[in-house]
Design a protein around this ligand. Structure first.
Ligand code: NDP
Ligand code: 2IT
Length: 445
């Protein structure tokens, strides 16, 4: 469709040098072709162009003082992308690679992901180029407080509800919430999710993204007469998503043979001990190579990229974007991988995704497969507003139901639009349809 090429060209021109954002838009537009053919009004009304333009983008200075008393400055972001179906919702990422293009791609993906959860949440994302690595607890606190000194005026339980992402976990959310409360002089826990359990956090939120990913992958495998039992799994990353994906696949009887951090990977043919990785990462905040201090038989390779050279049945990229390029995709297929479950956001390049689909590899796409985190964040918001908390089992049960439903919706959308088995397209279509109807109903605002 020529008109879509023109729309993509315009997006590139209006958002120069934001390659990750271009990539995310390109993937979605490609999937939406059959929908837009059936619904030319989505283009003719200008709705599609509005959908590709964030409602609001906020950039701000974050000054803070380090432990040596030196003045430092970082850049803060919040992109409030789309509020058609609910208040902006999405995480905060603290990583030196963060710039506007990263936050925009994440915010854009979040719109469709949040729509897929079936819960009333719009899409947004934020973060900073602050690097938490090597910072003391005091420095992290100082940075979070300064970040909130600006962010507080843009968020609220019915306006915009941030949460965690790379570099932001319960510790950071605690400092952010503490500062929000001081500024507002009100106890409004629904303004942030991923909080500690003692002050309004939800049980199972920590586990939700990784668990949800495995529930989704399990549904996809069932649909194609496979299961997880005895399968060899590689998981990239060793953070929040990776750890709980590893725990859950192990419960399903699969074996995680390799995991990594940004420096290198650990490998054990007999399976890794996930509790040790949890201890290293969550308690000690140490590097993954220290796994060798616990398990002498494991191997450490000082090159994270090479994790994809290992043989496996299923790959779960759970670290960061563009982790699997065409080169890694070809290696994985050569080594007989049969399914990919995207735990991270946009971990495969578009070329890699196309290659997997052309080779009949099952792909569980990020915006569907990792939606369990934000879905459970929305459940945390419900608990905050009714001033009650549910048990771990209750939340986990709801999470499972949501993931099964997301799989069904992606599958049915793919069938309806003639791309059966392509869950990448199915998820984009199913997520978009709800947003499109809401935006069309609300008029040009
Ligand atoms: P964490 O900060 O807990 O962990 C990130 C992991 O990925 C670490 O092992 C980190 O290694 C590694 N990593 C980060 N950046 C790079 C990089 N540039 N190259 C190689 N490795 C890298 O983050 P999460 O587990 O929360 O997030 C992981 C992914 O999942 C992200 O894509 C995020 O957007 C996505 N996601 C997260 C959700 C959540 O609820 N937390 C929900 C849905 C998606 P190191 O420690 O060395 O930096
Ligand atoms: O990418 C994501 O979905 C997240 N980082 C979780 C967002 C949230 O609001 O829980």
């Amino acid at each position: 469709m020529e008109v879509l090429d023109k729309i993509l060209e315009d997006v590139k021109k209006r958002n120069p040098h934001e390659e990750e954002f271009h990539q995310a838009v390109e993937e979605v537009l490609k999937s939406l072709k059959p929908v837009l053919k059936r619904h030319p009004e989505y283009i003719n009304s200008g709705m599609l162009e509005r959908f590709l333009e964030p409602e609001r983008q906020i950039m701000f200075r974050v000054p803070w003082i380090d432990d040596e008393g030196k003045s430092r400055v970082n850049r803060g972001f919040r992109v409030q992308f789309n509020s058609a179906i609910g208040p902006y919702k999405g995480g905060l990422r603290f990583h030196p690679s963060v710039y506007l293009g990263i936050i925009k791609f994440l915010g854009f993906e979040q719109i469709l992901k949040n729509s897929l959860t079936g819960l009333p949440i719009g899409g947004g994302k934020g973060g900073s180029d602050f690097d938490p690595k090597g910072k003391s607890d005091n420095e992290i606190m100082k940075f979070c407080q300064s970040f909130m000194n600006e962010l507080y005026r843009h968020i609220g339980k019915d306006v915009d509800i941030p949460a965690g992402d790379i570099g932001v976990g319960a510790r950071e959310i605690g400092y952010l919430y503490g500062q929000f409360k001081r500024i507002k002089n009100a106890y409004e826990p629904g303004v942030l999710t991923g909080k500690g359990i003692s002050y309004g956090g939800s049980l199972a939120r920590k586990e939700a993204t990784g668990f949800g990913l495995v529930y989704f992958v399990n549904e996809m495998l069932k649909e194609h007469n496979y299961n997880l039992k005895d399968k060899k799994i590689i998981i990239s990353g060793s953070g929040n998503v990776a750890i709980y994906a590893a725990k859950k696949v192990s419960e399903f009887g699969a074996k995680v043979v390799a995991m990594c951090d940004s420096a290198g990977y650990i490998f054990d043919e007999n399976g890794l001990d996930i509790d040790i990785i949890k201890e290293i990462k969550e308690v000690k905040r140490a590097r993954i190579k220290t796994y060798l201090d616990y398990k002498k038989d494991a191997k450490y390779v000082d090159n994270q990229r090479e994790i994809w050279t290992i043989n496996c049945d299923i790959a779960l990229p759970c670290a960061t974007q563009n982790d699997i390029t065409i080169k890694e995709a070809k290696l994985l297929v050569e080594n007989n991988v049969f399914a990919i479950g995207e735990g991270a956001n946009m971990p495969c390049t578009n070329e890699a995704l196309d290659y997997f689909l052309e080779n009949n590899i099952l792909v569980a796409p990020a915006k569907a497969a990792n939606a369990g985190g934000v879905a459970t964040s929305a459940l945390e918001m419900v608990q905050n507003s009714i001033r009650m908390s549910w048990s771990f089992e209750e939340v986990d049960e709801k999470l499972k139901e949501i993931m099964v439903k997301i799989f069904k919706d992606a599958k049915e959308a793919a069938e309806e639009y003639g791309v059966e088995g392509n869950y990448v397209a199915g998820a984009n279509i199913a997520g978009f349809k709800k947003i499109a109807i809401a935006m069309m109903s609300q008029g040009v605002v």
